[in-house]
Design a binder for this molecule. Structure first.
Ligand code: 4AD
Ligand code: MG
Length: 435
């Protein structure tokens, strides 16, 4: 039994214990019997392994316990590790001990197909399935890769606040809350605070949840999502784009290197990802407008792209593509006007291939006091709430740039999943805050 002093190992460690008796702990992912043999698929978070208990070989009490197993019952399982190329994962356990930690009855998620609303209602259990586990692991590695990239290049993590008195990305998508009698909002972006941080530390970033009360019900929109926001003093738009393409390439390579099994579970053909490397193509907003019109997705100069436009643009490239120099009118108040063509601004969005849309939005910020004050007034923003931000143009203002990478959209592209609801552990969507 598991009270024995066998080494406790995880499924991922089985390869170094072939021929040895070990103890595993986990949950029953599936269970079936075939004649005199009981098969138990155990999952422990690191992988899946098949336990085999054969009459005549396994102790009687093991066979008896095995017969009573139900989906997601928590167990301790002892046995000898055998190599078996036919078994999922390549190993099998000849079960010699089996102990129920806690029983599960009528587990709602069975191995048959379920509708997506049902799965979303059971997200707390859905994450136990192989595909969702792989997505969560990829997400964790993606975060690690992005942070390693920045940390290794001298960026300092400076956390931006979540509760803020001012809007960053326009006033139409704000979640408002009462802050002891004052009006406060959930952060739409940590950018403004990163601008203060970059003037203190040179190169900084924040990574945290951001909130948009957007009435959008698309496969790219979450109400709460995670954004990585680097900000750099003395850096222009061009240099910022170079950093973005290097960062995205680094992260994609890291996932290919470290998470190949997860791509396999997801059946993601990674050949397109293998080709990701700088430089990414760059087109101007003007060229993009011309392109979509030529492709029969009409729009006028001065409008923002919708999802069909973004898809039409990205279809033309097999790498992520930068679209830069948008009209100032479709961008946020802080975007620096292009000195040569002030109706456009020094902004760039990065659109992912395969129709995944914008994964990064960024640009060079207005660095002179007068233009910034004018913009804040034009956008009808309350001057008082931006007083500290405007201060930054008073005390040693410099050219500076930054960008925000949306984690869920980036992962949706890399993992090739249809909807961002599967790329965040517990999605908040229009009309969904449960579980
Ligand atoms: O383009 P956005 O709105 O840019 C900013 O917020 C800037 N202040 C960032 C900066 O310069 N520091 O958002 C940046 C990215 C988008 O490209 C997208 O990937 C993601 O955040 N994003 C969303 N992801 C999921 N659901 C939503 N509703 C999103 N809105 C933006
Ligand atoms: Mg954007």
């Amino acid at each position: 039994m598991s009270s024995s002093r066998l080494p406790i190992v995880t499924v991922s460690e089985l390869g170094t214990h072939v021929g040895e008796a070990v103890s595993l702990r986990g949950w029953v992912y599936n269970h079936r019997s075939s004649g005199k043999i009981q098969f138990i698929i155990l999952r422990d978070g690191t992988g899946f392994v098949q336990g085999v208990a054969a009459a005549g070989e396994a102790p009687d009490e093991v066979l008896e316990t095995a017969r009573t197993l139900t989906l997601e019952t928590a167990v301790r399982m002892d046995g000898k590790v055998r190599k078996d190329s036919r078994a999922p994962g390549g190993y099998e356990i000849a079960v010699t001990g089996l102990e129920v930690v806690s029983r599960s009855s009528d587990y709602p998620i069975t191995l048959k197909e379920h509708g997506v609303e049902f799965l979303m209602d059971h997200r707390h259990l859905w994450i136990r399935t192989p595909r969702q586990q792989s997505l969560l692991r990829l997400r964790a590695e993606l975060v690690r890769a992005l942070r390693d990239f920045l940390d290794d290049r001298g960026f300092v993590l400076v956390d931006s606040p979540i509760l803020t008195p001012a809007a960053c990305e326009g006033t139409t998508t704000l979640f408002q809350t009462d802050y002891f009698g004052e009006r406060a909002y959930l952060s739409q972006s940590g950018q403004l605070y990163q601008e203060a941080a970059a003037l203190a530390l040179g190169r900084t970033y924040c990574f945290g949840p951001t909130f948009r009360a957007e009435k959008s019900k698309t496969r790219r929109h979450l109400i709460e999502f995670w954004m990585l926001e680097p900000e750099m003093a003395f850096v222009d738009l061009e240099e910022s784009m170079r950093l973005q393409e290097e960062m995205v390439t680094y992260a994609v390579r890291r996932l290919l290197e470290r998470r190949a099994d997860d791509f396999k579970t997801l059946k993601r053909d990674t050949s397109a990802l293998e080709r990701v490397k700088p430089p990414f193509p760059r087109i101007t907003y003007d060229e993009a407008v011309e392109l979509v019109n030529r492709k029969g997705v009409p729009m006028e100069w001065g409008e923002d792209f919708g999802a069909p436009h973004e898809t039409a643009i990205s279809e033309e490239f097999d790498l992520p593509v930068f679209v830069h120099h948008y009209p100032s009118a479709v961008k946020a108040f802080y975007m620096k006007p292009d000195p040569d063509r002030p109706e456009t601004c020094l902004s760039a969005d990065l659109l992912a291939p395969e129709g995944y849309g914008e994964i990064i939005g960024g640009g060079q910020r207005i660095d002179d006091l007068e233009t910034l004050e004018k913009r804040i007034a034009e956008h009808d923003l309350p001057a008082e709430a931006y007083r500290w931000y405007v201060d930054l143009r008073r005390y040693g203002s410099v050219p500076h740039s930054g960008f925000g990478l949306g984690l869920e959209r980036t992962l949706a592209w890399v993992a090739k999943v249809d909807h961002v609801r599967e790329t965040i552990p517990f999605p908040r969507l229009l009309h969904r805050i449960y579980p």
